[in-house]
Design a protein around this ligand. Structure first.
Ligand code: RUB
Length: 302
């Protein structure tokens, strides 16, 4: 089916799907894992193929740089075509994600050094889970988090870690080159892993990787499910980087001033020491092979 425009599709889908689309678009639901889980959950009531097509077409247009959501929607469609009930397929996907998250939390907390001092960026549920687990094991000393302009997701991380009794320092994004000296390692989440092992994550990640790895000689680690592979990149198609409303940066700029608001950037694998995944702590070049073994359905046509 050809992709219709969201405005048209919104009138043709169930209330739950439309509301979830809006919440993801406005970032009331944020972070790749929650975006994927909530998008898939909103399909629970779908019963037949045409409804499912329209709903998945709308949801995947909510944020273009979210392959884990697209992979989740693809999983539901392919299980439906195999004869499974949608409600059951949704439960299966939730289990796949939850198992991966538990494994990453466990492996990540084990991998962190003793008395770890960690710098992070934005808000990643995976990073947060690893840090809370490490603190519980008495391994985490403190966290530094950059505020993450323009939407300040770093404050979500700061608040949630602080609620768990973890000492947290927040600084503006541009202060990290100074404050990184107080950290042993950098740890961030992921939105996309491409076929050539680039990491797409919140804007500012590339610069943190460059500073950590090349300037300060500190390990740069990525916590990611292999469900974030973008299979289209294997065919040479580019993964689009979402460009959000410039008003998030400056609501009333002077006339003649152009404001840009890219939401993500692309970090080359040469700055990434390791990826903490459900298949273990791996080199970024091994991400695709590991994803093929664990989730072969991601690579199937549908
Ligand atoms: C969030 C972000 C997170 C990843 C991973 O960006 O870049 O690092 O999505 O999150 P945004 P998780 O706020 O624009 O959604 O580890 O929860 O999957």
């Amino acid at each position: 089916m050809r992709e219709k425009k969201p405005e048209k599709l919104k009138q043709e889908v169930r209330k739950e799907v439309k509301e979830t689309y809006e919440q993801i678009k406005k970032m009331e639901i944020q972070g790749a894992t929650d975006v994927a889980l909530e998008a898939v959950k909103s399909l629970k009531k779908e019963k037949e193929e045409e409804e499912l097509e329209k709903a998945t077409n709308l949801l995947k247009q909510s944020r273009p740089t979210e392959p884990m959501m697209r992979n989740g929607l693809k999983y539901i469609k392919s299980r439906y075509r195999e004869g499974e009930k949608i409600k059951k397929a949704v439960k299966e996907f939730q289990e796949i994600v939850n198992n991966a998250v538990e494994e990453i939390k466990e492996k990540g907390a084990t991998y962190l050094p003793e008395n770890a001092k960690v710098i992070t960026h934005c808000h990643s549920s995976l990073v947060e889970k690893i840090l809370i687990e490490a603190r519980g094991r008495g391994k985490l000393e403190k966290v530094i988090v950059t505020e993450t302009r323009p939407r300040y997701q770093g404050r979500i991380t700061a608040e949630e870690l602080s609620d768990k009794g973890i000492p947290v320092t927040v600084c503006v994004d541009s202060a990290r080159i100074e404050l990184i000296d107080e950290a042993d390692i950098s740890l961030v989440g992921a939105d996309v892993i491409t076929s050539d092992s680039y990491l797409l994550n919140k804007i500012g990640t590339h610069e943190l990787a460059l500073t950590s790895h090349n300037i300060k000689g500190k390990n740069f680690l990525v916590a990611t499910q292999l469900l974030k592979i973008a299979p289209m990149t294997l065919k040479g198609k580019r993964q689009e980087i979402e460009e959000r409303d410039p008003k998030e940066v400056w609501d009333h700029p002077p006339k003649g001033v152009t404001v840009r608001n890219p939401a993500f950037d692309a970090t080359p694998p040469r700055y990434i020491n390791s990826m903490i995944t459900e298949h273990g702590v791996i080199h970024p070049f091994n991400a695709i092979d590991n994803a093929r073994k664990r989730y072969p359905w991601i690579f199937n046509q549908i």
